[in-house]
Design a protein around this ligand. Sequence first.
Ligand SMILES: *[C@@H]1O[C@H](CO)[C@@H](O)[C@H](O)[C@H]1NC(C)=O
Ligand SMILES: *[C@@H]1O[C@H](CO)[C@@H](O)[C@H](O)[C@H]1NC(C)=O
Ligand SMILES: *[C@@H]1O[C@H](CO)[C@@H](O)[C@H](O)[C@H]1NC(C)=O
Ligand SMILES: *[C@@H]1O[C@H](CO)[C@@H](O)[C@H](O)[C@H]1NC(C)=O
Ligand SMILES: *[C@@H]1O[C@H](CO)[C@@H](O)[C@H](O)[C@H]1NC(C)=O
Ligand SMILES: *[C@@H]1O[C@H](CO)[C@@H](O)[C@H](O)[C@H]1NC(C)=O
Ligand SMILES: *[C@@H]1O[C@H](CO)[C@@H](O)[C@H](O)[C@H]1NC(C)=O
Ligand SMILES: *[C@@H]1O[C@H](CO)[C@@H](O)[C@H](O)[C@H]1NC(C)=O
Length: 338
Amino acid sequence: MEQRTIPGLLPLLLLLLLPPAGRATVCEGEGRWPVPYRRFDRRPRPDPFCQARYTFCPSGSALPEMRETDVLAVYRLQAPVWEFKYGGLLGHLKIMHDAVGFRSSLTGKNYTMEWYELFQLGNCTFPHLRPENPAPFWCNQGAACFYEGIDDAHWKENGTLVQVTTISGAVFNQMAKWVDYDNKTGIYYETWMVKSSPEKNSRVWFEAYECSKFVLRTYQKLAELGAVFKKMQTNYTTITLFSGEPACLGNETTLFGPLGNKSLALAIRNFYLPFKPYHSVKEFFLNLLKILEEVVLDHRFYLFYNLEYWFLPMKYPYMKIAYEEIPLPNSNATKFDV
Ligand SMILES: *[C@@H]1O[C@H](CO)[C@@H](O)[C@H](O)[C@H]1NC(C)=O
Ligand SMILES: *[C@@H]1O[C@H](CO)[C@@H](O)[C@H](O)[C@H]1NC(C)=O
Ligand SMILES: *[C@@H]1O[C@H](CO)[C@@H](O)[C@H](O)[C@H]1NC(C)=O
Ligand SMILES: *[C@@H]1O[C@H](CO)[C@@H](O)[C@H](O)[C@H]1NC(C)=O
Ligand SMILES: *[C@@H]1O[C@H](CO)[C@@H](O)[C@H](O)[C@H]1NC(C)=O
Ligand SMILES: *[C@@H]1O[C@H](CO)[C@@H](O)[C@H](O)[C@H]1NC(C)=O
Ligand SMILES: *[C@@H]1O[C@H](CO)[C@@H](O)[C@H](O)[C@H]1NC(C)=O
Ligand SMILES: *[C@@H]1O[C@H](CO)[C@@H](O)[C@H](O)[C@H]1NC(C)=O
């Protein structure tokens, strides 16, 4: 900043000739905690290298327009991602997937709405290291999916299917506009939440952006539109990393381009070497344990967030997977209670 105020060409040339570390790296939203999740103008087509093993949202559609006078029940839907038994530590973890259900009383039709990875969790959390490309390559888009039907058995048996509020068709239609906006501008999946410590009032450096955050944003939107939520405890899975103040390292161009610091670029690539993104959900969690070992030994983690790399000086207890309460929103009306 200071240098830009110096007039003349020579200082400018000197600035261009400085080694990369001499220039301040700038990341989107730097200096604000938590770093704001970046929204884009539109969603790019995923690179053809990214191929889904399971088609994203096979029976999806746009949200239908409801009759304004319709009355819809809204359901909280939650089911385990990872149902098989795995001994020890991970066996007791509640790794849940979240969605929202709607049922129209006019037509009797019901619908499921969720937000998830286009190329599965592994691809959103770990990059591909391609020989022809020095930069790690990410297939990390996520998107909203809306389809007719609610598979009661799937949600009920080991999870939750419970009504949380009732809305009008008019509110549903307004929500639909917001879903469209949200889906076009919030594009990249972020697996990790990063905090300074496990204490309740600790600093949040980064917020995750995954299925449950979409459900929480939807509830919030409905509350703003006037929905009144029932009183009940609602818990969600969070995967949290613990670190000291993160340092912005730069983006793909500044780090892996011709002016990048080669040893830093290599350190980032090597960090991701042990983790393969192709894996099943089971292998994903085995990968998590591997990351934990590396992080404990070296106290370092290279986070990719908003398409930029950040260095995390990791701190004990390094990582936590929790199933904790995030309350349903207060409706505007109940603000005036008490
Ligand atoms: C390049 O990055 C390494 C590792 O982060 C750092 O130690 C070194 O000082 C950097 N070199 C330059 C020229 O910025
Ligand atoms: C992850 O991405 C790779 C590369 O496109 C792809 O081959 C693989 O099928 C993806 N994994 C899943 C589970 O979709
Ligand atoms: C969200 O965007 C994805 C990717 O463009 C698309 O496949 C999906 O149908 C959209 N979801 C909704 C609910 O419009
Ligand atoms: C959704 O509709 C299906 C098919 O009619 C029905 O079996 C199921 O019980 C409904 N679920 C809810 C929560 O309305
Ligand atoms: C519920 O959990 C049991 C035991 O882990 C499993 O056998 C069953 O397939 C699960 N049911 C559903 C619908 O996921
Ligand atoms: C509820 O409150 C939000 C934020 O304070 C406001 O934007 C919204 O218009 C309110 N909605 C209603 C229905 O009063
Ligand atoms: C990377 O950062 C540089 C400098 O902040 C910026 O000029 C460039 O547009 C960014 N590149 C991408 C791909 O975002
Ligand atoms: C839900 O979260 C609360 C507070 O975060 C916790 O005390 C409770 O044990 C959790 N419930 C379950 C079933 O884990």
